[in-house]
Write a protein of this length. Structure first.
Length: 64
């Protein structure tokens, strides 16, 4: 488990998906933003639902 799993809502699978699209640090996730991170994941995984987008935004804001 890496740095991103320390954020709320980020488990190993989502961290792996973020890593696959080039997002490996909390700073990168915050800079890129939840929408762009989700769009990158969606381009690789069509099952990426809006709940994943919500999870990413919550992680950035520090809320579950």
């Amino acid at each position: 488990m890496g740095e991103l799993t320390k954020l709320p809502n980020i488990a190993a699978k989502l961290e792996s998906q973020l890593s696959d699209v080039g997002i490996t640090t909390v700073e990168q996730l915050k800079e890129i933003g939840s929408r762009e991170a989700w769009l990158r994941i969606l381009a690789r995984d069509p099952s990426a639902c809006l709940m994943r987008l919500s999870a990413l935004e919550g992680a950035i804001q520090g809320v579950r």
